[in-house]
Design a protein around this ligand. Structure first.
Ligand SMILES: NC(=O)c1ccc[n+]([C@@H]2O[C@H](COP(=O)([O-])OP(=O)(O)OC[C@H]3O[C@@H](n4cnc5c(N)ncnc54)[C@H](OP(=O)(O)O)[C@@H]3O)[C@@H](O)[C@H]2O)c1
Length: 278
């Protein structure tokens, strides 16, 4: 365990635990929660990236950061992350189950192992994070956020396996809202459209890959900072769901009310090409 905080006394500030904090949306969420005076518990596999982020945050604010190597495929890692938070800060007020990647391609291009891995990280990783922190959130009457996607609602060619994982976490978030809301815990399903991150550099096997994904048009893409600010507002406001980007709203609306229109958009923007994603 690597602890940036120089003091291990319980925190007076609220504490936010974020998985997948080493890049992209998770990194940006960490910065925004720090600006809002939360102490941070940050997990991901790339501990060097987490350590650098924690140093930057601690140098520019009064908050304390605890970082720990955490692979959400490993139950022990996730439980250790939560236990470190308890020991260091004495509380967990916000949990963002964010870690994930987007495996793209036609369903018949996937090996069974690749499909299992996508579900292990995007679905079981979220389940492990919630199981490890649920009691802390109930004690704090806290806030749980689950990272879905526009693909929590929409599944088209080349996104089937990823969309399967995101439909699953939306179903989980919906059920948990009923189960945890009476105990004072809000559950927010976050559904971003395109956000500028490292997500398009990861391949079907979950490892870095290059040259196989085309980027969406820039007008469709939100910066990680903008996305994180919208997400933190939704989490603090105890919103049940927040879809991000105008394009994201439009696509979800088209899926719900005019599937013929969605099919036409997909043809127009050639979103059925391998590598296209929402
Ligand atoms: N960017 C978008 O357009 C977009 C749209 C919809 C939904 N999302 C969702 O947003 C979340 C964050 O993605 P991003 O866009 O920010 O991509 P990103 O920049 O690639 O970040 C993904 C994060 O997840 C972590 N991660 C991946 N596998 C992990 C594992 N096994 N254990 C622990 N951490 C793991 C990575 O950390 P390490 O590699 O260091 O472990 C990294 O910090 C994902 O759930 C994604 O599905 C993104």
């Amino acid at each position: 365990m690597h602890v940036q905080a120089d003091s291990h006394s319980p925190s007076n500030r609220p504490v936010a635990l974020i998985t997948g904090a080493s890049s992209g949306i998770g990194e940006a969420l960490s910065r925004v929660f720090a600006q809002r005076n939360y102490d941070l518990v940050l997990g991901a596999r790339r501990i060097d990236r987490l350590t650098q982020l924690a140093q930057e945050i601690e140098q520019s604010s009064n908050v304390r950061c605890l970082v720990r190597s955490c692979d959400v495929m490993q139950t022990d890692d996730v439980e250790a992350l939560a236990q470190s938070a308890r020991e260091t800060f004495g509380r967990i007020d916000v949990v963002v189950a964010n870690a994930g990647y987007s495996a793209q391609g036609r369903v018949d291009q996937f090996s069974e192992a690749e499909i299992r891995r996508q579900l292990e990280v995007n679905v079981m990783g979220v389940v492990r994070t919630i199981r490890a922190t649920k009691d802390d959130l109930i004690s704090a009457k806290g806030r749980l956020a689950i990272m879905g996607s526009v693909n929590s609602f929409v599944s088209v060619a080349s996104t089937g396996v990823y969309a399967m994982s995101k439909h699953a976490v939306k179903a989980l978030a919906d059920a948990l809202w009923y189960e945890l809301h009476p105990k004072g815990v809000s559950v927010t399903h976050l559904a971003p459209g395109f956000v500028a991150s490292e997500i398009r550099g990861i391949g079907r096997d979950g490892a870095p890959a290059s040259g196989h994904r085309r980027n969406p048009p820039s007008w469709m893409v939100l910066s990680t900072d903008q996305a994180a600010r919208i997400m933190v507002k939704a989490i603090e406001g105890r919103r049940r769901e927040r879809i991000l980007t105008t394009f994201g709203h439009f696509i979800v609306g088209a899926e719900r009310h005019a599937r013929w229109l969605l099919a036409r958009i997909i043809r127009t923007f050639k979103l059925t090409k391998p590598g296209a994603s929402y």
